[in-house]
Write a protein that binds this ligand. Structure first.
Ligand code: BDR
Ligand code: CA
Length: 392
């Protein structure tokens, strides 16, 4: 993982205070520079307070089960959002997972039914009409809490300022709604780890990854909020294909979580095969959760990430700027150099009809995200399958 660029001397209080004022100015840059570091968290450390925002979803379901079986996480809430399937399905699916894991003490809240400014596009083609790849579980008996997701998110972060990490594995509508409602909120979030985005092409369009595609405006709010973001995107999640052997290991686990995971996984593999895919389904969301539990699974690189919201073909594309990547790259080590740091962030050339005169959006490079660039897939599956089947 890249070494951290943020000053280590800043206290949490200084961070929160400076964050609030910078947010008030509508700028994220000084915040990102003053944000707390992405501390390595080895398995067995913690527990860390988290809120999981999700749209179950086959891989969401396994990610939730992994999270609820992981002692490193203190899950303060699970918030459902529309995405893979409508909210009327993602909410009960989240409740089903909580019941299967025997964790009904975790509050589950209903979130957004639709993206901030767009019509909902679902991925029922990939997750089946019920969102769980056709795997059928009983109607949940547990009820969601009364508070809407965005309200609950604000309440929990307000109760534990500087302590809560947002683990987001669906479109970012709930998080953006909470941030929009309270300009101080971003400064109180410890970090945000998302499954979303890609610097190497999309999965729903050639440009965009599904979670960002569904609500690009929400994703943009998150990336520009100043919250320290870890982006676990398709660049790494594409390298995590579920196999028949994984299913066999899950089937061998003699507990309800392992059995449920095996059923979901078996259906998902079958569905993928029917659709003609050469490999099993990717465990996108579980990798984001696992990467938070054990950051040594992922190799990270700092980027300034922004989200395309205007494109006719490319909305939801995550664009990553770095002084040592692509044609803009400098010699190794130069990214910390003052010259390299003046690298401007450019957008598209101004049109004749527009009022903007310059393509320069930011006059210097300041990273706002750690982006996962590579993954140890074997160790990831050891963790995922091991936790679900109760091996460890
Ligand atoms: C993401 O999109 C959804 O279909 C998955 O659940 C995952 O969160 C992958 O692009
Ligand atoms: Ca998801």
């Amino acid at each position: 993982m890249d070494s951290d660029h943020r000053p280590s001397s800043i206290t949490r209080r200084q961070f929160v205070t400076s964050s609030a004022s910078v947010l008030a100015l509508g700028s994220f840059t000084a915040r990102a520079a003053g944000a707390p570091s992405h501390q390595p968290q080895r398995p067995g450390r913690g527990p860390f307070r988290v809120i999981i925002d999700t749209d179950p979803g086959v891989d969401d379901a396994l990610a939730l089960l992994l999270a609820m079986r992981s002692p490193e996480l203190k899950i303060e809430a699970i918030t459902a959002v529309a995405g893979n399937v409508p909210l009327d399905l993602t909410l009960p699916n989240a409740l089903r997972m909580v019941e299967i894991a025997g964790r009904t003490e975790i509050p589950v809240a209903a979130g957004a039914r639709a993206p901030l400014v767009r019509r909902l596009v679902t991925a029922a083609y990939a997750h089946g009409e019920n969102g769980l790849g056709g795997a059928v579980f009983p109607e949940p008996k547990t009820k969601p809490v009364a508070e809407p997701a965005a309200v609950l998110i604000r309440q929990i972060i307000g109760k534990f300022p500087g302590e809560v990490t947002l683990l987001t594995i669906g479109p970012l509508t709930n998080i953006a709604t909470a941030l929009n409602a309270d300009p101080e909120l971003a400064g109180m979030v410890r970090s945000l780890v998302m499954m979303g985005g890609s610097l190497s092409g999309g999965n729903i369009t050639p440009a965009a990854e599904f979670n960002v595609y569904v609500d690009p405006e929400a994703a943009r709010i998150v990336f520009q909020s100043g919250i320290p973001v870890t982006m676990v995107g398709l660049d790494v999640t594409r390298k995590t294909s579920l196999t028949e052997d994984h299913v066999r290991q899950l089937q061998a686990g003699q507990n309800p979580v392992s059995q449920a995971a095996a059923t979901i996984a078996r259906n998902a593999i079958e569905h993928n095969r029917e659709r003609g895919f050469a490999v099993g389904p990717n465990m996108h969301d579980s990798l984001a959760v696992a990467g938070f539990i054990d950051p040594s699974l992922l190799q990270m690189k700092e980027y300034y990430v922004d989200v395309e919201t205007a494109g006719e073909l490319t909305a939801g594309e995550t664009v990553g700027y770095s002084p040592n990547a692509g044609d803009l790259r400098r010699r190794a080590g130069m990214e910390k150099d003052a010259t390299a740091l003046t690298m401007p962030i450019r957008g598209s050339a101004p049109t004749l009809a527009g009022t903007r005169t310059s393509p320069v959006l930011r006059d210097k490079f300041v990273p706002n995200a750690n982006v996962a660039m590579d993954v140890d897939s074997a160790r990831f599956f050891d963790l995922l399958i091991g936790r679900l089947s109760e091996k460890y």
